[in-house]
Design a protein around this ligand. Sequence first.
Ligand code: HPA
Length: 257
Amino acid sequence: MPTSNQPEVLRLAVIGGSGLYRLGLGPVIATHQIATPWAAQPVCVIEEQTAAGNVLFLPRHGEHHTLAPHRINYRANVGALQTLGATHVIAINAVGGISPGMIPGRLVLPDQVIDYSYGRDHTFFTEQHSLAHHIDFTNPFDLLLRERLAASIKLARMEYRIGGVYGCTQGPRLETAAEIRRLYRDGCDIVGMTGMPEAALARELGLRYAMLALVVNRAAGMGVGDITLDDIKAVLQQGVDGIRVVLGHCSTLLLAS
Ligand code: HPA
């Protein structure tokens, strides 16, 4: 971390979820394999060059997209980004839409999280207890990043919603209709499986982190009929192109300022 009398050097990282396996903003200048204390395997992070500066890209589900949400090593991923000097992290997440208006194809910049996941290694603080380990998480997503993302979505002229509660379920199965009704009663607007503990781990390491979510289906019982993988894939394919445009604008706004 920079010391307080040094200006912060912004180093941007993107964590890609389902459908976004390559950043594609510029030429690849390095493929890092980062060893961490949290995993036997190194974490693959790809570095691309853009006109505004270099951007790191970490495929959340692993180099070969094989890790289910509950098997992702979130500590190794977030730790690897810190090792590479990342200061700002944009997380891309495919989600189901719960509340009205959360329809397939819509981008969402959530501002809150409810964590329903369990059994995941969710903290870097595994040693002796200290009060410093109780990080503030009142607002889980970084305001500046969310503002820049909102400006970038406007530039890309895409449908979006600012604000909303992201519910993180365990997966890998999708939810039952009753589970989704419960999430709705709890106040969740969207549901996904990979937002936590990633966001909290980033906060523990002092990384600025925000989520850009793409609604790829109506959540269980909120749409017509069952959820099909083919429908999700079709939305993902289109949505990911838009997300790339947004990320292009956002990296320029962040790195050039
Ligand atoms: N539920 C949980 N995670 C998801 C969904 C969903 O409906 N769609 C995409 N990721």
